[in-house]
Design a protein around this ligand. Structure first.
Ligand SMILES: Cc1cc2nc3c(=O)[nH]c(=O)nc-3n(C[C@H](O)[C@H](O)[C@H](O)COP(=O)(O)O)c2cc1C
Length: 209
């Protein structure tokens, strides 16, 4: 299947077959796709929780207006923005670049300054908004990768972030939930799978200048 065929095949799955689970390899491929998502300055200022525990998912479902995907899908993925982005966070990233690329840290001074400026010039709230935006890019990569390997998914904003943070203890981890997705396999009777895609016409959406 070509990428565009895959993207037409995917849809926001409302009903998962709860008996079908992703293999460890499929799950790892999807997490790798998220890991490979680009981010502003490469900072990857969010973390990703992979939730399988049934009791936790029951509680989270309540905080997501009862949406059944939360408990019926193979896994629930929670993207969570970093809330404590300080100079240390930036320094750790520079260390990682130096180690990965085997470059002396002294050669990264200019970029280090750019990273620290980007962190220091934003208010705490602005940094969280910035982190949320990066998390959504991760979501996009997850959805595209899932479609590419024939795995169903539902992106979801219909949840109470404050409640999710509480249930998952995110505050203590320096995180706050951004957006979530469920992954798994569609139930054969999910009628949403048959619906035509509704999209704005290209003439209405794209502006060529
Ligand atoms: C950020 C985001 C949040 C969404 N939240 C929900 C949600 O809470 N529950 C749900 O069933 N679908 C949710 N959707 C799915 C959209 O309704 C769906 O993607 C859109 O109608 C287009 O349909 P398609 O994805 O099936 O092509 C969300 C989609 C996105 C991208």
């Amino acid at each position: 299947m070509s990428l565009l065929k895959n993207l037409n095949w995917r849809y926001a799955t409302k009903k998962f077959d709860h008996t079908k689970k992703l293999s460890a390899e499929q799950l790892d491929d999807l997490l790798t796709a998220i890991q490979l998502a680009p981010s502003s300055l490469g900072l990857q200022q969010y973390r990703v929780l992979v939730i399988e525990d049934a009791d936790t998912r029951e509680k989270l479902r309540e905080a997501a207006f009862g949406q059944q995907q939360i408990t019926e899908a193979s896994q629930l993925i929670v993207f969570a923005a970093e809330t404590n982005m300080d100079e240390e966070f930036g320094e750790k990233y520079i260390d990682l670049i130096a180690k990965t690329r085997e470059i002396g840290r002294e050669h990264l001074g200019g970029f280090e300054q750019m990273v620290l400026n980007a962190v220091n010039s934003r208010s705490e709230d602005e940094k969280i908004v910035w982190a949320h935006k990066q998390a959504y890019i991760g979501l996009g990569f997850l959805l595209s990768a899932a479609a590419a390997i024939g795995i169903d998914a539902c992106p979801m904003e219909g949840f109470l972030a404050g409640k999710f943070d509480e249930i998952l203890g995110l505050k203590e981890k320096g995180l706050t939930s951004s957006v979530i997705a469920t992954i798994g396999f569609r139930a054969h009777d999910d009628h949403y799978a048959q619906l035509q895609k509704v999209r704005r016409p290209k003439s209405d959406m794209f502006i060529h200048i």
